[in-house]
Design a protein around this ligand. Structure first.
Ligand code: TZP
Length: 241
């Protein structure tokens, strides 16, 4: 599989990023600033717009070594040569999506509660868990989890998880300490004057939080079996450090 660094996952929104051109420009600048993964997400668009924009994004992101993920539309991902797809709970089933995209591409799945987490099928590479905090960006978002419920899900997740929903600069450290492998953001980068500087600042906070976690034993990532005890140890260590 393409190497997967979930640290700073930029999700592009046409309204907040200024349409297709703004999305392409934002993606390029954010990747230069430290975004590690970019997702094209445009629920209101027609397919041709998806395809044209996905191809343009792939062209700017490939030279920078940043994978492109396409939300929902497997046909668009394949035609554009994207690096993976991200599915919501109401999108096409994971098993069939995997069959279409093959074993090498990245496959992500959104999860909003414990029942969905328990039901995560095989063949998924990462989870997006949220919304962790209130967000104005996704109108039909699931109920807000809050940090503690997010931590409970992240700790019991069998897969690396990114936190999504209402995350800005100040939320990076708490969600990483709660077990996120990275953060996924829209409004924290899209629509800002300087997306490159925003991405760099977010990356700095994320990397610092991961570093603190490692200094606190490094056994707290959700893909390990440390569970709730590891989480408590981490919190204690971070408070002391
Ligand atoms: N899924 C859950 S919350 C959300 C999505 C796509 C929106 C996140 O946007 P923001 O602006 O980072 O809160």
């Amino acid at each position: 599989m393409i190497s997967l660094n979930l640290s700073l996952y930029l999700v592009l929104d046409p309204d907040l990023c200024g349409g297709p051109e703004g999305m392409i420009q934002t993606a390029r600048l954010a990747a230069l600033g430290g975004a590690t993964l970019v997702q094209l997400r445009a629920p209101a668009w027609k397919k041709r717009q998806w395809l044209d924009t996905a191809k343009a994004l792939k062209a700017v992101l490939s030279p920078l070594g940043v994978p492109l993920i396409v939300n929902d539309h497997i046909d668009v991902a394949l035609m554009a040569g994207a690096d993976g797809v991200h599915l919501g709970q109401a999108d096409l089933p994971v098993a069939e999506a995997r069959r279409l995209i093959g074993p090498e591409k990245i496959l992500g799945l959104s999860v909003s509660n414990a029942a969905q987490l328990m039901a995560v099928p095989e063949n998924v590479d990462y989870l997006g868990i949220g919304p962790v905090f209130p967000t104005g960006t996704k109108k039909d978002a699931a109920p807000v989890l809050g940090l503690d419920a997010f931590a409970a899900l992240a700790v019991s997740s069998p897969l690396p998880a990114v936190a999504i929903g209402g995350i800005g600069v100040d939320e990076c450290a708490p969600v990483i300490a709660a077990g996120a492998r990275g953060i996924a953001v829209i409004s924290a980068v899209c629509g800002h004057d300087d997306p490159r500087a925003r991405a760099a600042l977010l990356r700095e906070k994320i990397d610092a939080a991961k570093q603190s976690g490692q200094e606190c034993g490094g056994n707290w990532l959700p893909s390990t079996s440390s569970g709730q005890a590891g989480q408590t140890d981490l919190k204690t260590c971070l408070r002391q450090g």
